[in-house]
Write a protein that binds this ligand. Structure first.
Ligand SMILES: [Zn+2]
Length: 175
């Protein structure tokens, strides 16, 4: 295992801890943190019955990190959506690390970098502790089959093999 691999694992464990807290509160196991150097600048997890914008822990973590997001790393349980990915680019986030790829809504897979955003686009690493994150997603859809998020999360569970990344960025995690 590479040095950076183990470092990513360590911070992703923190994300999954937050995801478990979200699950315990009855929300989807979605969570994110912003790392600046060796420090965690901000943490957030999904809340049950949150409005649409509050269902994006990446956005909440970057908002609470503020300037500390610049040059930092964003860790998320699921590949951040196009909106969060664009926000990360605008905030100057350097890299985005996620556990579960999302070929349908994930920013790396769906966002067409436009204008300045293309130059500011963070690099990405996917598949870190993916199996652990998928186990939490499965637990949630089993417990809340009728939640508004369940249909989309169920699709992530169906994507068992890691889909090819259009930019060749994420690697297969040891998950
Ligand atoms: Zn999002």
């Amino acid at each position: 295992m590479t040095q950076s691999g183990s470092k990513h694992d360590r911070f992703m464990q923190e994300v999954l801890k937050l995801a478990r807290a979200a699950l315990a509160e009855g929300g989807p196991p979605l969570a994110a943190l912003v790392r600046q150097g060796d420090r965690i600048a901000a943490r957030a997890h999904a809340l049950p019955d949150a409005d649409e914008l509050r269902q994006h822990p990446e956005l909440m973590a970057m908002e609470s990190a503020g300037e500390a997001a610049r040059g930092g790393s964003l860790y998320a349980a699921v590949e951040p959506c196009a909106m969060c990915f664009a926000a990360a680019a605008l905030m100057g986030v350097r890299e985005v690390i996620y556990a579960v790829p999302d070929p349908r809504q994930g920013g790396f897979h769906t966002l067409i970098p436009i204008g300045d955003l293309a130059e500011r686009s963070p690099t990405g690493v996917g598949g870190i502790l993916r199996k652990e994150a998928l186990a939490l997603l499965r637990q949630y859809v089993d417990q809340h089959p009728k939640s508004p998020q369940a249909p989309h999360l169920r699709k992530l569970l169906d994507d068992t093999p890691l889909p090819p990344d259009p930019r060749g960025l994420p690697r297969e995690g040891k998950g």
